[in-house]
Design a protein. Structure first.
Length: 313
């Protein structure tokens, strides 16, 4: 496992992180039972993964609870925890600053730790990102002073959002949508490096398309049912272009994950997994770095054919 810088003066994080949405019970995605959840967390730790990403709304707090059952027995200094706020454990969405403290404190209780390495706003509206016009950041900096969080940030996806946020706040963590089909955040990489802002790449498999297992005729349930027939046809055609680029040199998971980790601006990437086998496959995939020529081909694919499509997530 390779490790990269996350926060100043903090331990480095595994370039493959553990995205824990699937640990939430009765979430809108697939979930796992208690035994499998425990096995997955321990497998991650045993394979050198030390970065864990979760949120209060992942199964109404149950993702954090399941992580906490393991974390309570660990040396806290050996793991890095990122959670979120704004999408609450009761399923409601409320970004009002008055909820920040209670959300953070509930997360600390569920995770059974006394501080968070980072706490980020969970996909907020654009207006909230201007630090000059919102009092959220005073609350967050107070929580920093109290030692309850080390850093704060936001889960946001596009260059304009990132630029506004970095330039008007003291945020040190951003979690952008970044994968072969969504590369707008790359325009902000120089800015984030200059300001020592860590990046957590989310949705590296493009909700499953970049595993190569879907085509235009695939049927979806739950959150993935959002794609129209036209959406699926467009994605399927792009998948075939990726297949042509990688040929037999990389598997889809290898290409998808290694594309993200190829950039030094990215601290860690957080694919989801709904079984120990999927997690094992992710761990194996990350060990096969992408060569520079192939990375450039993916950049060209995005610039010349994908960017103008404005693909929905």
């Amino acid at each position: 496992m390779n490790y990269k810088k996350y926060l100043a003066n903090g331990i480095h994080v595994s370039e493959l992180g553990f995205g824990a949405w699937q640990l939430g019970i009765d979430s809108s995605w697939k979930t796992v039972d208690d035994k499998e959840a425990n096995s997955m967390i321990h497998m991650a730790l045993d394979n050198g993964i030390n970065f864990f990403d979760t949120a209060p709304n992942y199964g109404n707090g149950t993702s954090e609870l399941r992580l906490g059952k393991v974390f309570k027995d660990l040396d806290r200094s050996t793991i890095v925890i990122n959670t979120k706020f704004g999408r609450l454990d009761d399923g409601t969405v409320d970004f009002d600053a008055k909820h920040i403290r209670s959300s953070i404190e509930k997360s600390l209780q569920r995770l059974q730790v006394d501080y968070l390495d980072s706490a980020i706003i969970h996909s907020p509206p654009l207006a909230l990102l201007d630090g000059n016009k919102n009092d959220h950041y005073e609350v967050l900096e107070k929580l920093q002073d109290e030692g309850k969080i080390i850093a704060y940030g936001a889960s946001i996806d596009f260059y304009d959002e990132i630029k506004l946020f970095v330039e008007t706040t003291n945020a040190k963590v951003i979690q952008p949508l970044f994968n072969i089909f969504h590369q707008d955040a790359k325009r902000a990489f120089d800015l984030t490096k200059e300001n020592e802002v860590a990046l957590i790449a989310k949705i590296p498999f493009d909700s499953g398309w970049l595993t190569g297992k879907y085509d235009a005729n695939s049927q979806f349930e739950g959150v993935r049912a959002r794609w129209s027939h036209e959406d699926k046809a467009v994605r399927a055609a792009l998948v075939e272009k990726v297949r042509h680029i990688i040929e037999d040199r990389y598997s889809f998971p290898q290409a998808a994950l290694s594309f993200c980790t190829a950039y030094d601006a990215i601290s860690t990437v957080i694919p989801g997994a709904v079984s120990t086998q999927q997690l094992r496959n992710n761990i194996k995939a990350i060990s096969h770095p992408l060569d520079e020529d192939t990375r450039k081909l993916f950049e060209d694919l995005y610039t010349n054919e994908v960017k103008e499509l404005n693909l929905p997530w």
